[in-house]
Design a protein around this ligand. Structure first.
Ligand SMILES: [Cu+2]
Length: 131
């Protein structure tokens, strides 16, 4: 009986992990040369640290792993608050560019993904509502 309970607990935990992963907040965009999928690990994205992953594919659908991917993010000026602009470099792990972003307040944020490769930079402009 104990073993059955342990097994059920393990299955429940595993299922939870799978669903948690599937629930990433996902956005996508295109540039002249790339299609880009961007995911945040919090859904909905929240104040504080949110891990971001960026997947870049070329026109043939092949993963691009030799780019320099930088995230520019921030908030436009608001009443009583100047504009906030941050810059975060990403690190390539496997075929995915990764970084941690810090959203310091709730509200509308822009997230620009700048992909530099072969001497040209292309940007995907995204917006995210932080809770
Ligand atoms: Cu603000």
């Amino acid at each position: 009986m104990k073993k059955v309970i342990m097994l059920l607990a393990a299955i429940t935990l595993l299922t939870g992990l799978i669903f948690a992963h599937a629930r990433d907040y996902e956005m996508s965009g295109k540039t002249d040369d790339y299609s880009v999928v961007v995911k945040l690990d919090k859904n909905p994205p929240v104040r504080g640290t949110n891990r971001i992953t960026v997947e870049v594919k070329d026109a043939a659908g092949k993963a691009v792993t030799n780019a320099n991917v930088v995230i520019h993010y921030g908030m436009p000026p608001m009443p009583g608050m100047g504009a906030m602009n941050y810059r975060k470099t990403t690190e390539l792990k496997g075929e995915i560019y990764q970084a941690a972003l810090n959203f310091s307040m709730s509200g509308p944020w822009y997230v620009d993904v700048r992909i530099s490769r072969d001497g040209s930079t292309q940007t995907v402009k995204l917006n995210v509502d932080i809770r």
